[in-house]
Design a protein around this ligand. Sequence first.
Ligand SMILES: Nc1ncnc2c1ncn2[C@@H]1O[C@H](COP(=O)(O)OP(=O)(O)O)[C@@H](O)[C@H]1O
Ligand SMILES: [Mg+2]
Length: 299
Amino acid sequence: MNGLNIKIRDLVKVHHTGKIEVQALRGLNLDITPGELVSIIGPSGSGKSTLLNIIGGLDKATAGSVQVGEKTVTALSVRQLVDYRRKIVGHIFQNLNLIPTLTAKENIEFSMVASGVARGKRKQRVQELLKTVSLLDRADHKPEELSGGEQQRIAIAAALANDAPVLLADEPTGELDTANARIIVEYLVKVNRELGKTIVMVTHDPSVARASNRILRIEDGLIKTSLTPSEVIVQEKAVSYVDQLKDRISEIYVQLDQFDGDFRSGKIDGDEYVQKRQSLKHIRDSLKEELSRMGVIPP
Ligand SMILES: Nc1ncnc2c1ncn2[C@@H]1O[C@H](COP(=O)(O)OP(=O)(O)O)[C@@H](O)[C@H]1O
Ligand SMILES: [Mg+2]
């Protein structure tokens, strides 16, 4: 399905952790046209993931509205949201995209099982998608047997499986080196141009953001600036590698807390919880090691 438009009005999100309130979004407005590729940049903690999660129906808005095509996402019931997440949006994350015990092809097929696509059709679709991301020869590999870049390409294929008109990518190149990051961006651009999908991508990396039609800078839960690709390098302050590592580690702590909450509230089951936690802790420890090697005391 071709891309849909996204219309966001006065979006507010307040996160509660115990008695502490964090206002992650403070009345944000945004219009995205069908088939547009938009990047969201901004400092850690500025509300980028919160915005994407609300558009994707993974998190609930406190106030304001989000409309995707004809659907008012912020007014959908829990059941309608399940349907919305299956049919309208594909989500790509920085990591934790793939199920480690399934092969590449099973990971892609998995997203179609829940949507009730017939077996024969699924197999055929998996082949098409593997071709789209040029990984037909990796079909039977497990995630750990694939490079980070290949894993992320499989994640793109999985996000495309149900032919959702909107793709949301949260730091899709975050764990990748520059060369692999470029390849992932090329595939996202291809999916945007050739399949006409609307794509909203969050990124720390100005060179990744430059591939999009429009770059929006979010600060303190509001969109502060809209830039064209040619303006982005000059205006975006270079973030040092050490700061990026520190930011990422802080984010992981927040994510770990989130998983604890999700597990306690029954949003994710025990297996998923353990897997996600282990994977995140592993990334955190390698980032800390990297910092130590550079002579910096990790946060
Ligand atoms: N589930 C949550 N519970 C409590 N606070 C949260 C939660 N998710 C995000 N936050 C807080 O909301 C703010 C915005 O977070 P986030 O949207 O993850 O920012 P970004 O993706 O730009 O780094 C941060 O202060 C963060 O700590
Ligand atoms: Mg984030």
